[in-house]
Ligand binder design. Structure first.
Ligand SMILES: Cc1cc2nc3c(=O)[nH]c(=O)nc-3n(C[C@H](O)[C@H](O)[C@H](O)COP(=O)(O)O)c2cc1C
Length: 193
């Protein structure tokens, strides 16, 4: 059921790092991204897939995790992602007008596919892009849009209603359960005609 997949498709930031995710699985996930809608059907997105331990470590060093969790430096060794998909835009073709929308749709397909396979992930936009470009020897023609971190989740993430104070910051409780406040349906729907 899509309802369940959408609910379970949370941003996971701790993983069973020792459980490998193979390249064939990453290819299946990009096959889902391939089917996403694309403005003017330009399909400007490109992907770098990585499951290699050493390269994973180098990618990890370019990322910033969970900005609201000030005391948490990010996943420790052993709970880092087992794989990454780097999402690029090929700037060589026609200038895409809505690359951000293409990107979101593609990433959501990838993440839903990951959840269906018992995996989970996190979108990372906070990237040291220059450093990542060097790590992966990414040609100038490609713009780095985002990194998807993937693996089998090693944390529980729950969705809570936004409280009366309106705070939308995610937080962790004493059991390290990650809480994500989501606005109510009534707050989202401006009008029903
Ligand atoms: C465009 C985008 C960029 C994001 N960048 C980061 C990031 O750099 N680091 C991070 O830890 N989480 C990042 N996230 C994850 C968000 O923090 C997360 O989606 C939000 O807290 C809500 O949690 P949820 O995905 O479980 O609903 C990003 C999410 C999106 C959509």
């Amino acid at each position: 059921m899509l309802d369940r997949l959408a609910l379970n498709n949370r941003s996971y930031r701790r993983f069973f790092e020792e459980e490998p995710v193979d390249l064939a699985t990453l290819r299946e996930l990009v096959a889902l991204a391939r089917l996403a809608a694309s403005a003017r059907n330009l399909q400007p997105l490109r992907y770098i897939l990585c499951t290699d331990r050493h390269t994973n470590a180098a990618i990890f060093a370019t990322l910033a995790w969970a900005g609201y969790l000030k005391e948490w430096p990010g996943p420790a060794e052993g709970e880092r992602p087992a794989a990454y998909i780097v999402v690029l835009s090929d700037t060589a073709g026609a200038v895409p007008t809505y690359v951000g929308i293409d990107q979101g749709l593609a990433m959501q397909n990838i993440l839903l596919g990951a959840v269906e396979r018992g995996l989970g992930g996190c979108i990372l936009g906070s990237i040291q892009r220059g450093r990542l470009r060097e790590v992966l020897a990414i040609e100038d023609r490609y713009e780095i849009l985002a990194v998807l971190a993937l693996g089998r989740p090693r944390e529980t993430v729950v969705v809570d209603p936004v409280g009366p104070d309106g705070d939308i910051k995610y937080w962790r409780d004493a059991d390290r359960v990650h809480h994500v406040p989501k606005r109510s349906l009534d707050e989202l729907i401006v009008a029903e005609v």
